[in-house]
Design a protein around this ligand. Structure first.
Ligand code: NOJ
Length: 579
């Protein structure tokens, strides 16, 4: 099959607003570039740890902070033998009754004893710092646990000074909830409190009452939490459901019907103008601590809504990318949309394929096709994630191609949704082939994948062709190559059907990424206007000519599921420079 490389329609003509133009290819492609110099959170990658499932050092079957400390060299020991991550984001480690497995916080300043204590935390931060790893905490302040001291006070009587810290309302007509808002987990977003005769609002579970962000004391309390952890040495936060903090002050009914599911849009729940003002205040506080960052996790919303915060937050997740099918055309459109939205100076994209709320991407893209193809696709996906213009977020275990695990009904821990559990993507990390996958000496808190005997870190470390070593090589190349970390992104196939091909450009430096999404050999016909003639394959799933400069000429043939990253420099004198 032949595909002709051309400028993407999204990039024909004028560069995106705010981007600096650095050149014009004869294809008509306009080359743009990012503006800022290197900083750790842009370089990445950031590694997302689900602490319950990373490593249990204390032997109680649940992962903990000491377990993370034990494995820091795996994450970054300063050599290419480790993964080379620049930051770790920890899902919540605070005191919590665990109704939403940690996302229901009962004390934002206390470490939950299942993870360790305050000294363990300080040691973790110090050990991370020694290795150049930045620690990012999950900031969960849209809501608290119903056992948080703030809520216990608020609930105790209508005239308690903290009553207004949460969203309380009189019942509506005939004792009904005050409006038609739905909880994300199902059912009404309101729960009636018998003792005080009012309803309280919860965007998530009834055990997760929403804070009233219109109350300045609440905003101050949230900033106090942020200040506390910054002073303890963390480098920033992932903001849970940040765009839902402020609700419409009059709490009007949301438009649309209840059925089919989700046709009622939660427009009054989120994206209030007041939020921008608070984010500026938060940014001001963060900026007082060097090299810190905040990445926002949006509660629903289109990429355009989410991007509107990216001038205040350092980054926001774009789940539109994660939701794309295994189709290079769909993936390219999602990237182009996001890249264009974040083209202006001072904005920066990030990309994520897996997290604790979704099935793992190795499972989504591959499980129905069987093990071999799943692993081949996991490598293509890795090359994609690690070569885009934006910070890559890696979810623990994706670097060994971990799959989702079917957790038996009576062993499920996440029961927040009625019909779906998110446990399947939260299972213990496979460290080696010994009992309990080297995760714990005890039976783990959640089932372990049955493939751990073959799919584990120890086995993959010794195999040059493993997914793990592919991740390591890609991350090392990203680290050495400013074009991959900072360069502009430019798709080269107008309507990709089988392969995604793009160029990253930074000054005179180029990287060319070619990803075959199919099991068939694919021949790509090139325009002669590729910016360089000679390219050096640096990391590849198939090629054996790594490190040798090759003439790409008019065409490039890609093997089944081939993922290859080339680099090239434009000489300053005549010769092979950009034409
Ligand atoms: C988003 C978190 O990622 C998810 O796990 C949690 O259930 C909700 N926010 C509520 O905190």
């Amino acid at each position: 099959m032949t595909e002709v490389l051309r400028a993407s329609p999204d990039y024909d003509g004028e560069p995106p607003a705010g981007a600096a133009t650095v050149g014009q290819l004869s294809t008509g492609l306009t080359m743009t570039r990012s503006h800022d110099a290197s900083v750790w959170w842009k370089d990445g990658p950031v590694y997302h740890i689900y602490p319950r499932s990373f490593r249990d050092a204390t032997g109680d079957g649940v992962g903990d902070l000491r377990g993370i400390i034990e494995k820091l060299d795996y994450l970054n020991d300063g050599t290419d033998r480790s993964l080379g991550v620049k930051g770790i984001w920890l899902s919540p480690i605070y005191l919590s009754p665990g109704r939403d497995v940690g996302y229901d916080v009962a004390d934002h300043l206390a470490i939950d004893p299942i993870f360790g204590d305050s000294d363990d935390f300080d040691e973790l931060v110090a050990e991370c710092r020694r290795r150049g790893i930045h620690v990012i905490l999950d900031l969960v302040v849209n809501h608290t646990s119903d056992l948080h001291a703030w809520f216990l006070e608020s609930r105790s009587s209508r005239d308690n000074p903290r009553r207004d810290w949460y969203v309380w309302r009189e019942p509506g007509a005939r004792g009904r909830p005050p409006n038609n808002w739905r909880s994300f987990f199902g059912g009404s977003a309101w729960t009636y409190d018998d003792d005080t005769g009012e309803y309280y609002l919860h965007t998530f579970l009834p055990e997760q009452p929403d804070l009233n962000w219109h109350n300045p004391e609440v905003r101050e309390a949230a900033l106090d939490v942020v200040r506390h952890w910054l002073e303890r040495g963390v480098s920033g936060f992932r903001l849970d459901a940040f765009n839902a903090y402020f609700k419409h002050p009059e709490l009007p009914n949301n438009p649309g019907r209840l059925w089919p599911r989700r046709s009622r849009r939660p427009v009054y729940h989120r994206d209030r103008p007041e939020l921008h003002e608070f984010l500026l205040e938060l940014r001001g506080l963060l900026d007082r601590f060097p090299e810190t960052m905040a990445v926002g996790e949006p509660f629903e919303g289109e990429p355009e809504d989410v991007a509107s915060y990216s001038d205040k937050l350092h980054m926001t997740f774009n789940f539109d990318f994660l939701r794309q099918p295994w189709d290079p055309g769909a993936v390219q459109r999602a990237i182009a949309r996001w890249d264009r939205l974040l083209a202006a100076e001072g904005r920066w994209p990030c990309y994520v394929l897996s997290n604790h709320d979704n099935p793992r991407h190795a499972w989504r893209y591959g499980h129905e096709t069987g093990g071999k193809v799943a692993d081949a696709r996991a490598k293509v996906a890795a090359a994609l994630l690690l070569t885009l213009r934006g910070t890559p977020f890696i979810y623990y275990g994706e670097e060994i191609g971990m799959q989702d695990v079917i957790v038996p009904g009576d062993e499920m821990r996440d029961l927040a949704f009625d019909a779906v559990t998110r446990d399947t993507s939260r299972t213990p990390m496979h460290w080696d082939g010994s009992a309990n996958a080297g995760f714990s000496v005890r039976r783990p808190w959640l089932a372990i994948g049955s493939d751990y005997g073959e799919r584990n870190v120890a086995a993959q470390e010794g195999d040059e062709r493993s997914i793990l070593n592919f991740y390591r090589r890609l991350i090392a190349l990203r680290e050495q190559t400013p074009a991959l970390r900072l360069g502009a992104w430019q798709p080269l196939v107008r309507k990709p059907e089988s392969a995604l091909v793009y160029i990253r450009t930074y000054g005179r430096e180029y990287a060319l990424v070619a990803l075959n999404f199919t099991e068939q050999r694919t021949r790509l016909g090139f325009d002669e206007e590729l910016p360089l003639r000679r390219w050096t394959p640096r990391v590849s799933t198939r090629r054996s000519d790594l490190g040798w400069s090759v003439h790409l000429g008019q065409r490039l043939e890609l093997g089944p599921y081939e993922a290859t990253v080339f680099t090239g420099d434009a000489p300053t004198t005549n010769g092979d420079g950009p034409r």
